[in-house]
Write a protein that binds this ligand. Structure first.
Ligand code: IMP
Length: 432
C-alpha cells in the first residue's frame, strides 16, 4: 500500500467505525499521526498479533515504532486518562518517549467537567443525550465561554493557575448546588490536580502548530486521525444528538492548526452496517433479533463506556451525505465479516418524510426524528469470510453488496475489512 500524500481518516457514521484499525494500517506509511478533536469519549482499538490496544486520546499510530504522534489544539485532554494510557503503553512494551507531543493550546478536562456532564445529562430526563460522561461537552462549553477555560499552557504558570482554578471551582460549585443540589468538587483538590497535571504533561508539551508546519516544510507525510463520526459533528450532524466538536472532515484544519489545502486524500471509514451509541435518531435501527445478531457478531459494545451499541442496516443515504460533506475520496468498509449468515441484507437508499421522498439528508432535527427509511434488499452469503485474502475470493453476493454500496456512495471502496487483525484487510486499490 502507498499513500498519495497527507491523508485524513474520518468516520462517516455515528462513530465506532473502526477508524483505529485504518489509522494503524496507514501509520506505517506516514511520518506523523495527528489527533485533532474530541477527547477521551473516543475509543480506538488496534489489534496487533495477540495484543489489543484501546486508545482514547493518544493517536493510534503510537503502536507503530515509526511515526511521531501529536495531540493537537482541537482536542480536550483529560490528563488522568492520558497518564493511564502512558502506563498501558509501558506495560505493553511500546516505546513512546520523543514520539509523543501535546499542544499547549489543547483544553484541559478537569473532574468538574465530568461531574457537570453527568449531572446535566441526568437532569434532562427524556431529552437526555446519553453522553459518554467524559466531560467533553462541558469542557468545549468552557472553551467557547473563554473565562472558564484552562488550556494546557496555563498549567505551567503557577502564579496564575492556582487563582484561576479556585475562581472557576467556586463558580461551578455555586452552579452545581443551585441547579443539581450537588456538593460539587473540592477546591484544594482541584488546585492540587492542576499542579499534578503540569507534571504529567510537561515532557510532551510544545507548539504543535509550529511543529506541523516545520514537518510539512521538511517534506514529512502527515496522517490526521479523526474521532467520533460525521453524523456526530456539532454543526453538520444530527443535532442536538451530537458531540461538541466538528467530527466531520470540516474540523481538521481548525482542530489540527494546518491549512485545509495540505490534505490530499480524505479516507472515509464506514461499517458495512450501522451502529449508534446514546440517544438520537437512527432510521435504519433494528431493535429486534437482526440488531441483536449484528451486536453479537460485531461485539458491538462501547470501547469507552461498555454500553451496548444500537445496531441496524447500512444507511447509504446518511453515509453519502457524509461522503459529500467531507469531500471523501475513498471509503474503507469495515466489519463486512459480521454480515455473514443473513439470508437477506437491507440497505437504506432514501428517507421519506410525511409520505414524500427527501432530496437531501435532513439537517432539521425535527424532520430527522420523523423520517422513514426506504430499503432495498440484497441476497446475503452463508460463508464465514474472515480468512479471505482478496476481494475476488469473497462470495459473489458479498462482492455484489460492496459494489452496490460503492455505487450508492458515489466514491470507490478502496479497502474492505473482514476482521480486526492487520492481515484481515482486502485492498482494492494499492494507492490510497
Ligand atoms: P459526548 O461526546 O460524550 O458529549 O457524547 C455525545 C454523543 O456522542 C453521545 O450520543 C455519545 O454516545 C456519542 N459519542 C461520543 N463519542 C463517541 C465515540 O467515540 N463513538 C461513538 N459515539 C460517541
Amino acid at each position: 500500500m502507498k499513500l498519495r500524500g497527507n491523508t485524513c481518516v474520518i468516520g462517516l457514521q455515528w462513530g465506532d467505525e473502526a477508524k483505529g484499525k485504518i489509522t494503524d494500517l496507514f501509520s506505517e506509511h506516514t511520518d506523523l499521526v495527528v489527533r485533532f478533536l474530541g477527547g477521551s469519549n473516543a475509543g480506538h482499538t488496534v489489534v496487533v498479533g495477540d495484543q489489543t490496544f484501546k486508545l482514547h486520546l493518544i493517536p493510534s499510530g503510537i503502536v507503530h515504532p515509526g511515526p511521531l504522534c501529536v495531540i493537537a489544539g482541537g482536542v480536550v485532554l483529560d490528563p488522568e486518562v492520558f497518564e493511564q494510557e502512558l502506563q498501558n503503553l509501558v506495560t505493553a512494551g511500546v516505546a513512546y518517549t520523543d514520539r509523543l507531543k501535546v499542544s499547549q493550546t489543547a483544553h484541559v478536562v478537569f473532574p468538574y467537567h465530568k461531574l457537570e456532564d453527568q449531572l446535566k445529562d441526568d437532569s434532562l430526563g427524556k431529552r437526555k443525550l446519553g453522553t459518554t460522561a467524559r466531560g467533553i461537552g462541558p469542557c468545549y462549553t468552557d472553551k467557547a465561554s473563554r473565562s472558564l477555560a484552562i488550556r494546557v499552557a496555563d498549567l505551567f504558570h503557577p502564579e496564575v493557575i492556582d487563582e484561576k482554578v479556585r475562581r472557576i471551582v467556586a463558580y461551578k460549585n455555586r452552579l452545581f448546588a443551585a441547579l443539581y443540589d450537588s456538593a460539587g468538587v473540592n477546591e484544594d483538590q482541584m488546585a492540587a490536580k492542576a499542579k499534578a497535571y503540569a507534571e504529567i504533561l510537561r515532557p510532551f508539551v510544545c507548539d504543535t502548530t509550529e511543529l506541523l508546519q516545520d514537518a510539512m516544510a521538511g517534506g514529512k507525510r502527515l496522517l490526521f486521525e479523526g474521532a467520533q463520526g460525521t453524523l456526530l459533528d456539532v454543526d453538520h450532524g444530527t443535532f442536538p444528538y451530537v458531540t461538541s466538536s466538528n467530527a466531520s472532515a470540516c474540523g481538521v484544519s481548525a482542530g489540527a492548526g494546518v491549512p485545509a489545502k495540505v490534505i490530499e486524500t480524505f479516507v472515509g471509514v464506514a461499517k458495512a452496517y450501522t451502529t449508534r451509541v446514546g440517544t438520537g435518531p437512527f432510521p435504519t435501527e433494528q431493535d429486534n433479533a437482526t440488531g441483536d445478531r449484528i451486536r453479537e457478531r460485531g461485539k458491538e459494545f462501547g470501547t469507552t463506556t461498555g454500553r451496548p451499541r444500537r445496531c441496524g442496516w447500512f444507511d447509504a443515504f446518511a453515509t453519502r451525505y457524509s461522503v459529500r460533506l467531507g469531500g471523501v475520496d475513498k471509503v474503507a468498509l469495515m466489519l463486512l465479516d459480521v454480515l455473514s449468515g443473513f439470508d437477506t441484507l437491507k440497505v437504506c437508499t432514501a428517507y421519506t418524510y410525511q409520505g414524500k421522498t427527501l432530496k437531501s439528508f435532513p439537517t432539521d432535527g425535527e424532520v430527522m426524528k420523523a423520517v422513514e427509511p426506504v430499503f432495498e434488499e440484497h441476497p446475503g452469503w452463508a460463508e464465514e469470510i474472515s480468512g479471505t485474502k482478496s476481494f475476488e475470493d469473497l462470495p459473489g453476493a458479498a462482492q455484489a453488496y460492496v459494489r452496490r454500496l460503492e455505487q450508492l456512495l458515489g466514491v470507490p471502496i478502496a479497502v474492505v475489512s473482514v476482521g480486526p487483525e492487520r492481515g484481515q484487510t482486502l485492498l482494492r486499490d494499492a494507492l490510497i
